[in-house]
Write a protein that binds this ligand. Structure first.
Ligand code: FES
Length: 226
């Protein structure tokens, strides 16, 4: 059987603009993103051996159901990251941003843990020369899994005073919706009160909570989209 369809090479795919067929929106990936997608750094292909790492953190994204796992090895004396490896079922943006995150944590002899904890998704995106807005939640997976791994490390090494505590605060008591739910909605692309209410119905029966909801939307938007 003959076909006129051309074979698309990996390089052509890497150079392609991704266009949303419904909205016409172009998702252009930088050369750095493509490089980290096609040649991911510090990716772990097989599960590690017992004792190879000090801790592991795992998260799943409510936006897409994808899973991210990060393993870390820490030099206790210098408090630096000696090794960081990862696995994910996430998309190309998750692969590229986690690859870059792993490079940032381990380059130049490894970052001090307290500095690595200050890496924000925007910093990773700057190093990647940008990501499409709708893909920013993919870059947050590495940050979240890393924080879990660091907490496991702190607990395992009896540094309990350093454990990072991230409390959820109830914003709408009737629906039991917290600031974390609003954060996830923003990460899934909600930009306005209307967008967030479409997803969560938050504040619909509790108008007094609206100013706080709007403040949180601005805060998380600034945090993740800069
Ligand atoms: S990790 Fe799920 S869409 Fe990118």
């Amino acid at each position: 059987m003959t076909t006129n369809a051309k074979k698309i090479t990996a390089r052509q795919m890497a150079n392609a603009e991704i266009v949303n067929e419904h909205t016409g929106e172009k998702w252009v990936y930088s050369d750095i993103v493509k490089d980290h997608f096609f040649n991911p750094r510090n990716l772990l292909l097989e599960d590690p051996k017992e004792g190879e790492f000090d801790a592991v953190g795992m998260v799943g994204s409510p936006a897409c159901g994808d899973v991210m796992k990060i393993w870390i090895k820490v030099d206790r004396t210098s408090d630096t990251i000696r090794d960081l490896k990862w696995q994910t079922f996430g998309c190309g943006s998750a692969i590229a941003s986690t690859s870059m995150f792993s490079v940032m944590c381990t380059e130049d002899g490894g970052m001090v843990l307290t500095d690595a904890l200050k890496i924000k998704p925007q910093h990773v995106m700057e190093r990647l020369a940008g990501l499409p807005n709708r893909k920013i939640h993919c870059s947050v997976l590495a940050d979240k899994a890393f924080r879990k791994a660091v907490n496991e490390y702190f607990r395992a090494s009896a540094q309990h005073e350093r454990v990072l505590v991230e409390h959820a605060r109830v914003i709408d008591a009737r629906l039991n919706i917290t600031d974390k739910d609003i954060e996830e909605a923003v990460l899934e692309g909600a930009q306005t009160l209307e967008d967030v209410q479409q997803k969560l119905k938050v504040g619909v029966g509790d108008p007094e909570s609206i100013p706080e909801i709007e403040q949180l939307i601005r805060f998380y938007h600034e945090k993740y989209y800069g």
